[in-house]
Design a protein around this ligand. Sequence first.
Ligand code: IPM
Ligand code: MG
Length: 359
Amino acid sequence: MNKYKILLLPGDGVGPEIMKEAVKVIDTLNSIDKSHISYSYGDIGGIAIDNSGVPFPENTSIQCRDSDAILLGAVGTKKHDKNENTLKPETGLLQLRKSLDLFINIRPIFIFDSLIHSSSLKSDLLDNLDIVIVRELVGDVYFGEPRGFTGSENKIGFNTMKYSMDEVNRIADYAFKLAQKRKNKITSVDKANVLEASQVWRETVSELHKNNYENVDLSHMYVDNAAMQLVKDPRQFDIILTGNLFGDILSDEASMLTGSIGMLPSASLSDNNAVYEPIHGSAPDIANKGVVNPIAMILSLGMMFEYSFNNKDISSLIKKSIGNVLKAGIYTQDISDSENFVSTSDMGDAIIKEIKQNV
Ligand code: IPM
Ligand code: MG
């Protein structure tokens, strides 16, 4: 009997290709009785604009609410790039996050040993790299009002960066609890030397620390310094707690430590909903060529097992299987330093073979 009902939102660009590989993994786990998942498909992003006129259609919203978890590929198309904001593919993703109040975004930054060579950093800085970026996902300048355009000849675009104590408190509380399960260490990243929104951020994090989590080793860092420290000495970090915009930027930067942005999964959570997606975008330039790396997507499925289905065994099995594939020298183009690389679907097949062998 199927225990969990999940919604698959492949999206745009490379999204459908990587989703196909994740579905192969789900089918495999179902067939060996290791998961009991039923799935259906929905539209988001550019494909939703094409099919229904908007990037996050009502029907998708209903499907989301009706599922135990959501697996998402990527959104973004060249075709809709010039659309006004409400009709951009990315807006669909933001509406999904906002409508389900997915305020917690977890982006684990870790490196598979055999990929140390593909990082742009020296390998002695990377051994055992293990950072978690906890990014606030439904506030900040991404959603702050007022926003828009004004002026005519000299057009002005404007946005509002803001954080309330309540918004900061709930994400910080999540990060402190996570810290207690890890190394008891948090670096909170802001720009409190300049921005009022960051001053509220810092005060709130400090207050919560003082009142409830004094045993956690908390430090504060300005975002410009954090960007520099990440490439200077990344292992000084354990949990990076930060806002929506800074988290977006720092997570792309941190992904490069791991060899490729095609390697990193994420989970976006609220009290009763969850979306799992790779941190990379839709990469239209490499779409439909069979070269995209499906690992971030398959690891995102692994995170679903861990966070939504409370099944760490399967998430570890997936991670271990991927590690073995990489150890065997099987790489997609983005992580290969030679002309020797496999296609998206061959990578999926290799991972499935390992899963079957290690189960
Ligand atoms: C991410 C992406 C999104 C973001 C885009 C696609 C809207 O870059 O998930 O990091 O900016 O949050
Ligand atoms: Mg991003």
